[in-house]
Design a protein around this ligand. Structure first.
Ligand code: IMP
Ligand code: MG
Length: 171
């Protein structure tokens, strides 16, 4: 694979340390609840797998798939498979930028009558926000740069990198 990124913005060790911290908080917050982890494909596949294994209470796993066009208009490509009535759903997303995708996910989930819905984002580019939205749990706030790795892609590549790097747009 052609190398088009510099040194990691967030190392594998930093990611896994932060994921464990988030897992402990979620474990405390969801004690006694009917937790459903809703991973958002494809970008959150790695984060969902690591976070799920850092959570110390029983949880069900489900997935939704979203896509976004270059204009930022995201859409839901596949819906949850579990019955979410009465569930405490925690959305697990790779990154929040404009906030449009998060809003679309939350609107789609509301139609399933869950007991509660919260949002956990590994990365937050707050400077990119176009609609008002704040995740309930955030791994890292990052500058308004395009990043790849640990699930995040550029043209469907680089998802498999174990760390997060800024895409070098000069190449
Ligand atoms: P938003 O709708 O603008 O908040 O964008 C959210 C979606 O855009 C995420 O689920 C990602 O798939 C994608 N995205 C936004 N910023 C980046 C980035 O820096 N790298 C890779 N994907 C990104
Ligand atoms: Mg995504």
């Amino acid at each position: 694979m052609e190398k088009i990124f510099g040194k990691p913005l967030i190392t594998q060790e930093e990611i896994l340390h932060r994921v464990r911290e988030l897992g402990l908080r979620i474990t405390r917050d969801y004690e006694g609840k009917n937790l459903v982890l809703m991973g958002i494909l494809k970008g959150a596949f790695a984060f969902t797998a690591d976070l799920a294994r850092s959570i110390g209470i029983p949880a069900q796993i489900d997935f939704m798939m979203t896509s976004q066009s270059p204009t930022g208009a995201g859409r839901v490509l596949s819906s949850p498979s579990l019955v979410l009535t009465g569930a405490d759903v925690l959305v697990i997303e790779d990154i929040v930028d404009s906030g449009h995708t998060a809003r679309i996910i939350l609107d789609a989930l509301a139609a399933h009558n869950p007991e509660s819905v919260r949002f956990c984002a590994l990365l937050d580019k707050t400077a990119g926000r176009e609609v008002s939205f704040a995740p309930d749990y955030t791994g890292f706030s990052i500058p308004n740069k395009f990043v790849i790795g640990y699930g995040l892609d550029y043209k469907n590549k680089y998802r498999t990198l174990p760390f997060i790097a800024v895409l070098d747009q000069t190449s």
